[in-house]
Design a protein around this ligand. Sequence first.
Ligand SMILES: [Zn+2]
Length: 125
Amino acid sequence: MSSRVEAVVTQRCPSCRDGRIFDGFVRMNPLCPTCGIRFEREQGYFLGAMYFSYGMGVVAIGAPITWMIIRRADPVLVASVAFALLLVLSPAIFRYSRTLWLHFDNHFDPLDGSGGDGADPATMS
Ligand SMILES: [Zn+2]
């Protein structure tokens, strides 16, 4: 089992730290391919990922833009750089915000059946 930091960087399951969270560029696996936990616990579960998305956006896009504004760069150049950064970084911000949210939530409410709700509702009686 890898460390928590390694699992976040490589976007692995927060429970077993082995199964891939994403199956495609932005498509998630509904269940962990290794341990079978359900990643989206309930409808709207990933709203919590917006906190991480916002923070990463402020740092990754806001910091360079602020630096350019302080340096009195051309406003058209500043807007162009902001748009380009947004386009380039959006997929990574999306993936890492969900990964961080899963690991953050799993730290306080584990998905391994010891209190978390990783069970499939269709099989619950
Ligand atoms: Zn897993």
